[in-house]
Write a protein that binds this ligand. Structure first.
Ligand code: ADP
Ligand code: MG
Length: 301
């Protein structure tokens, strides 16, 4: 097959591994920086131009779109979808997963266990908002944060109030969430491909930190998950409409709850922790499923 990888940087571990795995399996692969693509939008013949070439050769594209370029990156992906190129994850699914509120609403509607969460733009009654999530300590999140930035643990009611007021002053939308203390700074990353969890790892926050993100100094180890956790992760991926994603679970007193679903999960942590060749599994999934016109939305979303 001819594969395109939408990635800003071909030197990143995940991008390199995908290129390697694709070449090993005899595919032609090209890394394309989505920000350097430009396109024409016409009814008959949508095209994408890149460094003077027309990109019309791909059978499938693998989007690795960073949070800071979601808007333009998903527009480029949508254009590929209009050209009947198979997207590993669809543009609409990526956009919905980037919005934490939208994701939680979708997941809760399907009965998936979540931390108790409230949201607000300009709450006149911060007290009441806090009460809805059981008071302090609680976690306050920016709606579109990533890599742990924009996630704050407020230990006391006063701290929570000040943080909420500060975010409000910056005109940011926020989520206020029950703090799952019993997770002890750890979460479980389930790497989903299709309808399977192909690898999982436990991430533990470093000493004195509650966020387990590897970017925040967390460490990853292999872990076993229960059949219920496995089923929850697969269902969450399905609800979000993502073929490949990282579903992050917190082990709470009332069972595993989904904290977030990541549409561009990194490969380095999970491959190192699990010893599995996840990149090749992704390429295999594309071989099986990457037929033209297989986009559910056909780029219409
Ligand atoms: P990001 O998108 O920035 O990764 P997350 O919602 O995943 O934001 O939060 C970052 C980290 O903070 C998580 O990996 C987890 O360790 C911790 N965390 C987030 N929400 C909670 C919560 N409700 N209870 C306990 N820990 C949490
Ligand atoms: Mg996270």
């Amino acid at each position: 097959m001819k594969l395109g990888i939408l990635s800003r940087n071909s030197k990143l571990y995940s991008t390199r591994r995908l290129v390697e795995a694709a070449e090993q399996r005899d595919h032609e692969v090209r890394v394309v920086d989505p920000l350097r693509c430009y396109m024409n939008i016409t009814a008959h013949k949508p095209q994408i131009h890149y460094k003077g070439d027309i990109l019309d050769q791909f059978n499938a594209v693998i989007p690795r779109i960073g949070a800071s370029v979601t808007f333009y990156g998903t527009a480029i992906l949508r254009q590929f979808e209009m050209m009947n190129v198979y997207p590993l994850n669809e543009s609409v699914a990526i956009s919905r997963s980037r919005d934490k509120l939208r994701s939680l609403q979708l997941l809760s509607r399907r009965g998936i266990g979540l931390p108790v969460t409230g949201f607000a733009h300009s709450p006149d009654d911060i007290d009441d908002l806090l009460a809805t999530v059981g008071g302090a300590p609680c976690v306050i999140k920016l709606l579109e944060g990533t890599q742990g930035l924009g996630v704050v643990l407020a230990e006391t009611k006063q701290a929570a109030e000040s943080v909420i007021q500060a975010f409000m002053g910056l005109k940011q939308h926020i989520l206020v969430q029950e703090y799952i203390k019993e997770a002890k700074g750890s979460d479980i990353r389930c790497f989903v491909i299709g309808d399977k969890v192909v690898a999982s790892m436990k991430r533990q926050a470093k000493e004195g930190e509650f966020r387990s993100n590897l970017h925040r100094g967390g460490s990853a180890t292999l872990c076993r998950i229960t059949p219920e956790e496995r089923a929850t992760a697969v269902r969450a991926a399905k609800v979000m409409g993502l073929n490949v994603c990282g579903v992050d679970l917190l082990r709470s007193n009332h069972g595993a709850v989904v904290m977030e679903v990541n549409s561009s999960p990194g490969l380095e942590g999970i491959e190192n922790a699990s010893g599995k060749d996840v990149a090749s599994m992704i390429i295999e999934f594309i071989e099986k499923n990457g037929k033209p016109n297989r986009t559910k939305t056909k780029g219409s979303g």
